[in-house]
Write a protein that binds this ligand. Structure first.
Ligand code: UDP
Ligand code: MN
Length: 578
C-alpha cells in the first residue's frame, strides 16, 4: 500500500516534469522566434543596405556609384545637410583609426576609481543610421564598467519609427533608456530633462551625430575626480558630411567675438608645449562635455529661458568659469562630430525662419544681459537688433549669479583670454583704406567678392561711386588688422597653390595679411620681406591671380576709393616682418 503511494507520487512528479519541460521549450521557441523576427527586422530594415568595409577605419566612403545613386546622395544632402544615403550604407559598428597622441595610449586609469557615467543624448529629427552609429560607438568603445546608461531623449521629433524601440532593445538591451518628449522643448531643456533621469554622479552630454574613439572617456573623467567643479571637453574631430571620413580636428581654445560668433583663439605657447596635457578652454563648443551631476544642477542646468538652440554654450561656459568652476579641454579624448555642410541651415522650428532667428536673438540677449555687464554694449553696437528683442524675465538668473557669488566678465577677460582684446579690441582704430579696389590697367574693372566655385573672387564692372560703392560685393577695406575685407569675408591665399580665395575672416594675420605699397600701387600678400607676391588682374577672364611682384607690370596696380594717407604712414608699425 505504502509502495503504491510512493510510485504514484513519482509518476505525478514525472508527468509534471514533462509538462514543465514542454512548457519551457515552448517559451524558448516563442522567444527565439520573436528575437529572430526582430533581428531579421534590423537586417531587413537597416543593415540590409550596409556595404561591408565601406568607411571602415574612418576612411572616406568611396565607391563606383551609378548616376542614380549619386542623385540619391545629393537628394539626401539637400534634406539633411549631410550624406544620409551613404550613412545608411556604412556599418553602425564601423571601426575607427586610433588618432591619439602616442603618450595618451600609455596613460593608465584605474577603472575602479573612476565613476561610471550617464550619457545624455537629445535629438530632434536625427537620421536613424546616424543615431545608431552614435550609440554603437559608445557601446563598443567605452569600458562597460564605466557606462551605466545612455539616456536618449527624443525632443519631439516630427515622425516616430514604430520599430525603433525594438531595435534599441535588441541592440542595446537596458543600456539605452529612450524617452520621448511629445512636444519639442529645445536642446537645453531636453538635456536638463535627460540629466534629471540620470543615475550616475557624472554626466556626459553628446550630440546625436558623433562617434567616440578608443579611450575617449577615461581622460575626461580624471580631471573631474581631481576637482568636482571641472567640466571637461574632448578634442572634436570632424566626420565629413560628404563621405563620412573621420578626420583629425585641432585643439581648441574657444571664445566668442563681438557678434556672438563662436571663434577659436590660438593656444597659448605654454599650452602648445604641454600638449597633450589638458588646457583651459574658455568657451566650450557646447555639444560634447562631461560634468558632475551635482555641479551641473547647482549651476541651475541651462537657463530655462533659453529656447530651442543657440547661445547655450556661452551661458553654461560663462557660468562655469565665473561661478567657481573651470573647463578643461582634454587632448587625449577624441570624439568625431558630424558637421553639416557649411551652407546648410538647420531649422528646428516649423514656423517661418524669421521667428527662429528671433528665438536665437532672444537667447543671445538673455546671455548678454546676465553675464556681460558693461561689455554687452560692445555686442549691441554690432548687433543692434538685439536691443529691440524682449529678453523675458531674468530675475532667476540674476539671483543665481548673486547667490553663487559669480565674478564679473572682466575677470574672465583678464584671467582666461588676455589676448582676446588685442585681436578683438573694444574700439577699432580707423581702417587704412576703403571703397572699391580698382584695377589701374583696366579702370572699368573692380575687385568683387562674389564667389565663383571654389570660393574664388572675381572682377566686375566698377560701381560709379568708388568711395561708397552701391554694390556691397565691391565694398572693400584694408582693415586696421591689415586684411582685405568685404563684409565678413577676407581675401586669402592658399598655401601650396598660391590661389586667391575669399573666406571668413579669421583675424590671425597669416594667409589673410595684405599691404598696399603706396608708391607702386601694388597689393602685396604676407609679411615676407623677400619673395613677395602681388595681386594681379586676369582681365581676359575677369579673374585674379598671385604673381611675383613686378613694379613694371600694370596689371599689378590697384587703387582704393579712399586711402587714409596719415594712417598709411604708420602701416608697418608693430608688424613683424618674416
Ligand atoms: N536638438 C534637440 N532639440 C532641438 C534642437 C536640437 O534635441 O530643438 C539636438 C540635436 O539633434 C543635436 C543637439 O541638440 O543632437 C545639438 O544640435 P546641433 O547638432 O544642431 O548643434 P550644432 O552641432 O550644429 O551646434
Ligand atoms: Mn551637432
Amino acid at each position: 500500500m505504502h509502495k503504491k503511494k510512493v510510485l504514484l507520487v513519482l509518476l505525478l512528479v514525472a508527468i509534471g516534469s514533462i509538462f514543465y519541460y514542454l512548457y519551457i521549450l515552448k517559451l524558448e521557441r516563442e522567444q527565439l522566434e520573436s528575437v529572430s523576427s526582430t533581428t531579421s527586422l534590423i537586417k531587413t530594415v537597416f543593415e540590409a543596405k550596409v556595404i561591408p568595409h565601406l568607411g571602415a577605419l574612418g576612411r572616406p566612403a568611396r565607391g563606383n556609384w551609378t548616376a542614380k545613386q549619386l542623385e540619391a546622395m545629393a537628394q539626401s544632402k539637400r534634406e539633411t545637410g549631410y550624406n544620409a544615403w551613404l550613412s545608411e550604407r556604412i556599418s553602425p559598428e564601423r571601426t575607427l583609426y586610433d588618432m591619439r597622441h602616442r603618450s595618451c595610449k600609455k596613460l593608465n586609469y584605474p577603472a575602479k576609481k573612476l565613476p561610471p557615467v550617464s550619457v545624455v543624448i537629445t535629438y530632434h529629427n536625427e537620421q536613424t543610421s546616424v543615431l545608431l552609429r552614435t550609440l554603437s560607438s559608445l557601446k563598443s568603445r567605452t569600458p562597460l564598467l564605466l557606462l551605466r546608461e545612455i539616456i536618449l531623449v527624443d525632443d519631439g521629433s516630427s515622425s516616430v519609427d514604430p520599430k525603433f524601440n525594438d531595435i534599441l532593445q535588441i541592440k542595446f538591451q537596458d543600456l539605452v533608456k529612450h524617452h520621448r518628449l511629445e512636444k519639442q522643448v529645445g536642446l537645453m531643456q531636453a538635456r536638463v530633462t535627460g540629466a534629471e533621469f540620470a543615475q550616475s554622479d557624472v554626466l556626459v552630454f553628446l550630440d546625436s551625430h558623433v562617434e567616440v574613439t578608443q579611450g575617449w572617456l577615461e581622460p575626461l573623467l580624471a580631471p573631474i575626480l581631481e576637482n568636482n567643479k571641472t567640466c571637461t571637453t574632448p578634442i572634436i574631430d570632424t566626420i565629413d558630411y560628404e563621405n563620412l571620413a573621420y578626420r583629425r580636428g585641432k585643439p581648441s581654445r574657444g571664445f566668442f567675438d563681438w557678434e556672438f560668433n563662436y571663434i577659436q583663439l590660438p593656444l597659448l605657447k605654454e599650452e602648445m608645449v604641454a600638449m597633450p596635457t589638458p588646457h583651459q578652454n574658455p568657451i566650450m563648443n557646447g555639444g560634447l562635455f562631461a560634468i558632475g551631476r551635482q555641479w551641473f544642477f547647482e549651476l541651475g542646468g541651462y537657463d530655462k529661458g533659453l529656447k530651442i538652440w543657440g547661445a547655450e554654450q556661452f551661458e553654461l561656459s560663462l557660468k562655469l568659469w565665473l561661478c567657481g568652476g573651470r573647463i578643461l579641454e582634454v587632448p587625449c579624448s577624441r570624439i568625431g562630430h558630424l558637421y553639416r555642410e557649411g551652407s546648410f541651415k538647420v531649422h528646428y522650428t516649423d514656423k517661418a525662419k524669421s521667428s527662429e532667428d528671433k528665438l536665437i536673438s532672444r537667447n543671445y540677449r538673455r546671455v548678454a544681459e546676465v553675464w556681460l555687464e558693461e561689455y554687452k554694449d560692445k555686442l549691441f553696437a554690432n548687433m543692434p537688433h538685439l536691443t529691440v528683442i524682449q529678453a523675458g524675465n531674468l530675475a532667476e538668473q540674476r539671483e543665481l549669479k548673486k547667490r553663487l557669488q559669480c565674478k564679473p566678465f572682466k575677470w574672465f577677460l583678464d584671467n582666461l583670454a588676455k589676448d582676446f582684446l588685442q585681436i578683438y579690441p573694444l574700439k577699432d582704430p580707423d581702417d587704412y583704406a576703403f571703397g572699391t579696389l580698382q584695377s589701374i590697367s583696366s579702370p572699368n574693372l573692380c575687385l568683387d567678392r562674389t564667389e565663383t566655385k571654389p570660393s574664388r573672387p572675381q572682377l566686375s564692372t566698377c560701381s560709379s561711386d568708388p568711395t561708397f560703392p552701391s554694390k556691397p560685393e565691391q565694398q572693400w577695406v584694408l582693415s586696421n588688422r591689415r586684411e582685405l575685407r568685404s563684409g565678413f569675408r577676407c581675401l586669402e591665399v592658399r598655401n601650396k597653390s598660391m590661389d586667391v580665395h575669399v573666406y571668413q575672416c579669421h583675424r590671425q594675420k597669416g594667409n589673410q595679411f595684405w599691404s598696399l605699397d603706396t608708391k607702386t600701387h601694388q597689393i602685396v600678400f604676407g609679411q615676407m620681406a623677400n619673395a613677395r607676391r602681388c595681386l594681379e588682374a586676369l582681365t581676359e577672364e575677369n579673374g585674379l591671380t598671385m604673381r611675383d611682384c613686378d613694379p613694371n607690370q600694370p596689371k599689378q596696380r590697384w587703387k582704393f576709393g579712399y586711402e587714409n594717407n596719415e594712417r598709411m604712414k604708420h602701416f608697418w608699425d608693430n608688424v613683424n616682418i618674416v
